[in-house]
Design a protein around this ligand. Structure first.
Ligand code: HEC
Length: 176
């Protein structure tokens, strides 16, 4: 596998660590309960089937992917981030066309060429969040093209970022 960029290894939160990571103040009982519920829903939906496991020191569901699929997923993540950056940079200048163009990059077009092997390795809850996120990017692109107000576009971007956070709180990739 070709690696570009610099890999940084941190022990924090990985399976070999038994000490829990220090977490921010946002961690509270209600959130933990929700996470547990969501995790058990996911596990309930697909048993402890292939590709899904829970690590001991992490409450996040670990997803096991082939090296190629993993790289594909992470590249998609970096596309998401670049898309958000493009939107945020264009918004203050009222460049709606650029907002639309940037948002489209995070839309369903990202799924073009995604190998079926990726879809079958992912838990249904993960797939649903993923599809919803792509659809929200496309909706934002449509709103920007229609000339909607900045406040509206920001609200939609906030909803997208809530999806990013929700998925990151619930899932992690299993170390290869
Ligand atoms: C459906 C689930 C899901 C959604 C939605 C999601 N992510 Fe991710 N993302 C992941 C997973 C899983 C990882 C790997 C994290 C890990 O293993 O700790 C990841 C990793 C990343 C990374 C690291 C990429 C790298 O090269 O290491 C970035 C950046 C990122 N996500 C950005 C985003 C942004 C921005 C959004 C929203 C626009 C988003 N993600 C939405 C699941 C998701």
């Amino acid at each position: 596998m070709m690696k570009h960029g610099t890999a940084i290894e941190l022990g924090c939160g990985r399976q070999e660590q038994s000490t829990p990571c220090p977490q921010g103040p946002s961690r509270n009982a209600a959130k933990a309960a929700l996470l547990l519920l969501a995790t058990s829903l996911v596990l309930g939906a697909c048993g402890s089937g292939p590709g899904v496991s829970l690590s001991r020191s992490e409450e996040r569901t670990a997803i096991r992917l082939s090296a190629g699929d993993r790289e594909h997923l992470l590249r998609g993540m970096r596309t998401y981030l670049a898309s958000v950056q493009g939107i945020i940079e264009a918004l203050p200048q009222n460049k709606h066309a650029v907002v639309a163009e940037s948002a489209k990059k995070g839309g369903l077009e990202m799924l073009t060429g995604v190998p079926a092997s990726v879809a079958v390795s992912l838990p249904p809850g993960f797939l649903m969040l993923s599809m919803d996120t792509h659809q929200k990017f496309d909706a934002l692109a449509r709103s920007a093209s229609a000339g909607d107000a900045k406040a509206q576009l920001l609200t939609q971007l906030g909803d997208i970022l809530a999806n990013c956070s929700a998925c990151h709180a619930q899932y992690q990739l299993a170390p290869n």
